[in-house]
Design a protein around this ligand. Structure first.
Ligand code: FES
Ligand code: FES
Length: 156
């Protein structure tokens, strides 16, 4: 049985029909065509699918779309303003914190979630914030550096 849900995604009101079992990740990718949210494990382990749900980073493969009805979601596409990369995205680029890029949207959203709440995080806070995001390429060092550098000039 399909159910119509309405929610706010990246500042825009959106609606669509979903089955009760439809994952938020699938709704974002397949219905709204926001394919920046990546799918990896689909069992809550890799973090590639991380988005902000009412301001908190969540793995969108662990949330049913109907649970997010009426709520606010921010995906990696929502970081771009006026067609310009967000400073966090610039920071990843400048610090070579991206290799294959598969983990990057999820990493960015976990980092964004941290920086909207903690203005000058310690390295330990950064590591904890991205501890649910797996990267098989970078070794994490450059990612942590990118987040740390961006924090200094973070616009929120
Ligand atoms: S795809 Fe959601 S945690 Fe891996
Ligand atoms: S850059 Fe390849 S998985 Fe992180």
């Amino acid at each position: 049985m399909l159910k119509t849900i309405s929610l706010n995604v990246n500042g825009n009101p959106c609606s669509g029909e979903v089955e009760p079992r439809t994952l938020l990740a699938h709704f974002l990718r397949d219905t709204l065509r926001l394919t920046g949210t990546h799918l990896g494990c689909v069992v809550g382990r890799c973090g590639a699918c991380t988005v902000l749900w009412n301001g908190t980073p969540v793995k969108s493969c662990m949330v049913f779309a109907v649970q997010a009805a009426g709520d606010e979601i921010i995906t990696v596409e929502g970081l771009v303003q006026d067609k310009r990369l967000h400073p966090l995205q610039e920071g990843f680029w400048k610090n070579d914190a991206v290799e294959c890029g598969y983990c990057t949207p999820g990493m960015l959203m976990s980092a964004y979630g941290l920086l909207t709440k903690v203005s000058n995080p310690t390295e330990e806070q950064i590591k904890k914030a991205i501890s649910g995001n797996l990267c098989r390429c970078t070794g994490y060092r450059n990612i942590v550096t990118a987040i740390k550098e961006t924090a200094a000039n973070f616009p929120g």
